[in-house]
Design a protein around this ligand. Structure first.
Ligand code: TMP
Length: 238
C-alpha cells in the first residue's frame, strides 16, 4: 500500500489516498493544538506514540466486538484505515468530572460520577464544536436515530473495555472523545484516533496527568507523559 495524493491536512494528522478507493493512509504529525487551534505547539514524538497507541487500542477493541476503521500499521507514523464519511459528532464519554464538564457545571475536577455520561458536540471548528443533544443532531440531519443509539452503545462499550485495560496499567480513564464514520455500505465504525490527545489519563495513585492536558495547561513534562503512558500500555499488552 502506497501513499497517493494528500486529501486533507488536519491539526494532528494528514490523510492520503491509496490505490484502493476504499482505503486511506493516515499520517500522524507531532503538531499539537488546543482551544480550537488558538494554542499551537509541537510535542516531539507524539505522532509516533499516537499512531502506535491508537492502533493497539483499536485492534484490542475489535477483539471485543467494536468495529473500527483500522486496517494495518505501515510504519511509525502511517496507518491504513478504511475510508469512512465521518459522522460530524464528537462523542465524549466521562467517568470523572474534568475539563469543560467541571467548567460548565461547577463541579470540582476529580469528582467521580455514579455512572458514566455521554455527550455530543457538533464537529464544526467555525462554530467552536458546540454541545448538542440527540434532538439537535436529528434536526441538523447529522445522523439517524438508529445511528445515534448504536454510537452510544459503542461509546459506553469502549469505555468499559478501555477503563479495564487502563486500570491494569495503573491508569484511570477519566474521559475521552471518539469519532465514528460510515463505510460505503453505511456500516458505523469507530474512526479517528484514541490517544493521549483524545483521552484524559491519570496515574491511579498520584492522579498525575499523563495526557494532553499537560500541553493545554502548560504543566511541563509533556513528552515524558506521552512516553510514560505508552510504555505502561506496551508493558501490559505484551
Ligand atoms: P473537554 O473536557 O475539554 O470537553 O474534553 C473532553 C475529552 O475530549 C478530553 O478527554 C479531551 C478530548 N478532546 C478532544 O479529543 N478534542 C477536543 O478538541 C477537545 C476539546 C477535547
Amino acid at each position: 500500500m502506497t501513499k497517493g495524493e494528500q486529501l486533507y491536512e488536519g491539526k494532528a494528522k494528514k490523510v492520503f489516498s491509496t490505490e484502493d478507493p476504499e482505503l486511506l493512509i493516515v499520517s500522524y504529525k507531532d503538531d499539537a493544538t488546543a482551544f480550537n487551534g488558538l494554542k499551537k505547539g509541537t510535542i516531539q514524538g507524539k505522532g509516533v506514540i499516537n499512531n502506535r497507541m491508537s492502533n493497539m487500542l483499536m485492534k484490542y477493541l475489535e477483539t471485543k466486538g467494536i468495529p473500527t476503521h483500522y486496517v494495518e500499521e505501515l510504519n511509525d507514523r502511517d496507518t491504513v484505515v478504511k475510508k469512512v464519511s465521518i459522522v460530524p459528532l464528537e462523542v465524549i464519554v466521562r467517568n470523572i468530572a474534568a475539563g469543560s464538564f467541571s467548567k460548565h457545571y461547577g463541579v470540582e475536577e476529580g469528582v467521580v460520577f455514579e455512572s458514566p455520561t455521554v455527550e455530543f458536540s457538533y464537529k464544526n471548528d467555525d462554530l467552536g464544536d458546540p454541545l448538542l443533544n440527540t434532538y439537535h443532531a436529528l434536526a441538523l440531519g447529522l445522523a439517524t436515530e438508529e445511528e445515534i443509539k448504536l454510537i452510544e452503545k459503542y461509546a459506553f462499550g469502549v469505555n468499559e473495555i478501555l477503563s479495564d485495560l487502563w486500570r491494569k496499567c495503573g491508569v484511570i480513564l477519566v474521559d475521552f472523545k471518539l469519532e465514528f464514520g460510515r463505510l460505503s455500505d453505511g456500516t458505523i465504525v469507530l474512526a479517528d484516533e484514541i490517544s493521549p490527545d483524545t483521552c484524559r489519563l491519570w496515574d491511579s495513585e498520584t492522579k498525575e496527568k499523563l495526557d494532553k492536558d499537560r500541553f493545554r495547561r502548560d504543566l511541563g513534562g509533556v513528552e515524558e507523559a506521552y512516553n510514560e503512558i505508552m510504555s505502561r500500555l506496551e508493558e501490559n499488552m505484551k
